[in-house]
Design a protein around this ligand. Structure first.
Ligand code: NDP
Length: 395
């Protein structure tokens, strides 16, 4: 029997369960590329319920306890005295979400002799030291596509929010004002602007597709070029690297994984090569940008706005400069954890666990590390080694 350590974000301050705004969520047939939705033997939670917080337990308790496994759920994940660190010593499986990541550093992995499986409920396994996972024979998996469209919608929303100066305008009405000049003095149309994405994977492509109807000029860079058909359909200009792309655009949306090649890609030098008054939206990973370079560029006016939902570390300190830097549209890490997305990645987690316990292969598209090497989507998206590994000191 296995011990499963599940790290989830805390419940709402208003209590659990919340009062839901809607009674159901749409039922999808498949993901945009035809990949099938998660298919566990049974879904015994309510799709649309808050599953990602501690009391939601990703809907797993009944299933796991009926099979005789032990489930420990906590949100206490940081520091040597945390529940996570204490329970990790005897855990066989760790599950956590990127929104509230249980950092599986090399040091922590060394103290977890029984650990065999690390599941990311969602997408993005950079909170796991992949080199340490490889050398300790730990399988790392995530639920590819489960929240890609959720993130793409958030990124498009934040592009519009920044360019149109939505949040400051909203603040004026909430505070009893009607300050039109104050609201519009930083407001533009997106129409006609050059908009680029860094990485045209599942999320990046969805962002391009959603922005095309806004009559913008679309650009992208990626390690591999998209097909000529997609480039033609969306009117895309390809750039061989980020340096070329950022010089050509007004708005950049970042959708690459965090790995050594992308760590601190947006530093002072790259940002200073952008047009004055550019916007950056980053829903990928915070450390793809240099935290203080972003603040400096917003203060100097080199950047007109920065938005996103990813921070480092998570949760950020109360005095993290991105909370108060000018012209920011930051949210907590929420884009991939809508109630709609939670239903998919909770089902994906159960599917993975069912396969693991039955000794069946886990879907290739969920694998990041397996059999002591990068595997599946991990082999395509990540590189082993380097300074972006959590706890490696390269932050
Ligand atoms: P995909 O694997 O579908 O796409 C990633 C793309 O990035 C691939 O096309 C890959 O290239 C490309 N890429 C990798 N390295 C580079 C590089 N150095 N320069 C340019 N392109 C590069 O992932 P998703 O689109 O599903 O997700 C992207 C990232 O978004 C995740 O890694 C995660 O960090 C983040 N994310 C954030 C969420 C949130 O809630 N905010 C939720 C989900 C994901 P190729 O395959 O061609 O080699």
């Amino acid at each position: 029997m296995a011990k499963i350590l599940l790290v989830l974000y805390p419940d709402s301050v208003t209590g659990y369960p919340p009062k839901y705004a809607r009674d159901s969520i749409p039922v999808l047939d498949s993901y945009p590329d035809g990949q099938t939705l998660p298919s566990p033997s049974v879904i015994d939670f309510t799709p649309g319920a808050l599953l990602g917080s501690v009391s939601g337990e990703l809907g797993l308790r009944r299933f796991l306890e009926a099979a005789g496994h032990e489930l420990v759920v906590t949100s206490d994940k940081d520091g040597p005295n945390s529940v996570f660190e204490r329970e990790l010593a005897s855990a066989d499986i760790v599950i956590s979400q990127p929104f509230w990541p249980a950092y599986l550093t090399a040091e922590r992995i060394a103290k977890a002799p029984k650990l065999k499986l690390a599941i990311t409920a969602g997408i993005g396994s950079d909170h796991v030291d992949l080199d340490a996972a490889i050398s300790h024979g730990i399988t790392v998996v995530e639920e590819t596509y489960s929240n890609s469209i959720s993130v793409a919608e958030h990124a498009v929303m934040q592009v519009l929010a920044l360019v149109r100066n939505y949040l400051p305008s909203h603040e004026w009405v909430v505070n009893g004002g009607w300050n039109i000049a104050d609201s519009v003095e930083r407001a533009y149309d997106l129409e006609g602007m050059n908009v680029g994405v860094i990485a045209a994977g599942r999320i990046g492509r969805a962002v391009l597709r959603r922005l095309a109807p806004f009559d913008v000029r679309l650009h992208y860079t990626d390690k591999n070029r998209l097909s000529p058909e997609i480039e033609r359909e969306l009117g895309l200009t390809f750039h061989p690297d980020a340096a070329s792309l950022v010089r050509a655009v007004d708005v950049v949306s970042i959708h690459a994984p965090l790995h050594p090649e992308t760590y601190h890609l947006f530093d002072d030098a790259l940002i200073s090569s952008m047009k004055r008054g550019s916007y950056i939206v980053n829903t990928a990973r915070a450390e793809i940008t240099d935290r203080d370079a972003i603040v400096r560029a917003l203060e100097s006016g080199q950047l007109a706005g920065y938005a996103g939902d990813v921070w480092y570390p998570q949760p950020p300190a109360a005095d993290h400069p991105w909370r108060t830097m000018p012209h920011n549209g930051m949210t907590p890490h929420v884009s991939g954890s809508t109630l709609s997305a939670q239903a998919r990645y909770a089902a994906g987690t159960r599917e993975i666990l069912e396969d693991w316990f039955a000794d069946r292969p886990i879907r290739e598209e969920y694998l990041i590390v397996d059999g002591g090497q990068l595997a599946g989507v991990g082999a395509a998206s990540y590189t082993a080694g380097g300074e972006s590994s959590p706890g490696s000191g390269g932050k």
